[in-house]
Design a protein around this ligand. Structure first.
Ligand SMILES: O=C(O)CCC(=O)C(=O)O
Ligand SMILES: [Fe+2]
Length: 281
């Protein structure tokens, strides 16, 4: 049986059918899947029975899984983060627009997220095409932004002084370890070019981008607020409804995402693997 690709929305997203990740795949299958991923920014496969080792093995076909410098990985598999939300708690992981780990000098290229337990309704993930966002800016604005750089840091999302220290004291389902990585800074271009497709995209996000280098603070704040607003336009987005056994893979080099916090009463358990990226250019 061949692979088929069924788009989810006009801007990005597609379901890939006809791949059973738990079985050995030929090179042609990986090539077709990777092509769909590059074309659509985020792809997902339904009904995948996938133990952690198999998820890691699958991810390794696309690069090197990394260990998160702040969020604790699983005991036996440090490259896997268990994103669990118990019933009765509010979701906090990923509940704001971001690209994964843009605070690193080499931000994660790909994220694999596997749904193990999902609420009967709610807990969807939104994705936004930063290529669409870039292309929809006016030509003078693109010209202004193209040479600019911005500073990213994990601190506003991870500083215990800002976000509370419960996760650093092991009191939450997802636990963190305090290190210099929380306060480190990385500088990236405001417009990046995808290393494989050559397509330009807007590369700032509300979670990790702190300021645009060289602008006055008020200018930077106003500019970033406008860009965040612009990039979150529904026209550039798609929305993934998870089922147990759904495996998604998205491209952090050109896509933002947002984990919707609308299922307080229910449990949700996901497993995440990210792939080491390259310095944005
Ligand atoms: O739980 C989700 O839907 C996404 C969380 C997130 O931001 C991530 O896994 O990178
Ligand atoms: Fe994320």
């Amino acid at each position: 049986m061949g692979i088929s690709v069924v788009p989810l929305a006009g801007a990005l997203g597609a379901e890939v059918r006809g791949v059973d990740v738990s079985r050995p795949q030929g090179d042609a299958t990986f090539a077709a899947l990777y092509r769909a991923f590059l074309d659509h920014g985020v792809v997902y496969l339904r009904d995948q029975p996938l133990p952690r080792e198999a998820q890691l093995a699958f991810a390794r076909h696309f690069g090197t899984p990394e260990v998160h410098p702040i969020v604790d990985g699983m005991a036996g598999n440090p490259e896997v983060i268990r994103i669990a939300k118990p019933p009765g708690e509010r979701a906090f992981f990923g509940t704001a627009w971001h690209t994964d780990n843009s605070f690193l000098p080499k931000p994660s290229s790909i994220t694999f997220l596997y749904a193990d337990a999902v609420p009967p309704v709610g807990g969807d993930t939104l994705f936004a095409s930063m290529e669409r966002a870039w292309a929809a800016l006016s030509e003078p604005m693109r010209r202004f932004l193209a040479p600019l750089r911005a500073v990213h840091s994990a601190s506003s999302a991870y500083d215990p002084g800002v976000t509370g220290d419960a996760k650093y004291r092991g009191e939450t389902a997802i636990t963190y370890t305090l290190s210099d990585a929380v306060y480190a800074k990385a500088e990236h271009p405001v417009m990046r070019t995808h290393p494989e497709t050559g397509r330009p995209s807007l590369y700032v996000n509300a979670t990790f981008t702190q300021f645009v280098v060289g602008l006055a603070r008020a200018e930077s704040d106003a500019l970033l607020a406008m860009l965040y607003d612009h990039a979150a336009r529904p026209d550039f987005t798609c929305r993934l409804r998870w089922e147990p056994g759904t495996l998604a893979m998205w491209d952090n080099r050109c896509v933002q995402h947002y984990a919707v916090d609308d299922y307080e009463r229910f449990e949700r358990v996901m497993y995440r693997v990210t792939i080491e990226g390259e310095a944005p250019a």
